[in-house]
Design a protein around this ligand. Sequence first.
Ligand SMILES: [Zn+2]
Length: 230
Amino acid sequence: MKRLLFLLSVMLLAVACHQNDPTNPYNLPISATMDEYLVQVEENPETELVDLEDIIPGVSLDIVYARSDNFTGVPIYTSPKAFLCRPVARALALAQDSLKKTGLGFKILDAYRPYAATLYFYEVYLDTTFVASPRTGSIHNRGAAVDLTLICLETGKELEMPTSFDSFSDTASHLFNDLPEQVLNNRATLRGIMEAFGFSVYEPEWWHYNYTNARSYPLRDISFEELMNR
Ligand SMILES: [Zn+2]
């Protein structure tokens, strides 16, 4: 009996310790060190986070979380970079190739996002329609989601979409149709190309797309610096 009580108290202590980890308060299976990340990549190279600019040379990036003019009011990333798991980046490259024929290109607004950012976003904005719950983590933490819009390749100008990025409003939903015809067409063009290359919409946000089997990619809390300096 004594032994059982001892084991029980050790187990409770272990659970309590996990819950007290402020970087992973919900005890999710997150890889948070480069060592863990490198083991994962060796076991499954498809989980490697690749630099999108290496996979799509010249791709337009507008990483708003590297600046202060995002919904949090402070820069979240120290570098304006976009990383995605290799198959996700490859699919996006194929989509961009196809899109190029129509004179259009992608502008990437966000891609892989370390879990620490998801924790912080939820502190700033509690509505989990527009920011991922830290209890599950975001598909962005898995490097399998991308936020993006369309540009005209010749001018670099963005096509008009229903709202600005991260507008957190009903107008951002794919179900909102009280919009000028050109805006509806632009949103449909983005959706059409993304769906053709294995991505699916997230209904409340016209800019967010998840890749096929997105939840099969691991949750990560690896910083951009660690990825850039490996
Ligand atoms: Zn997103």
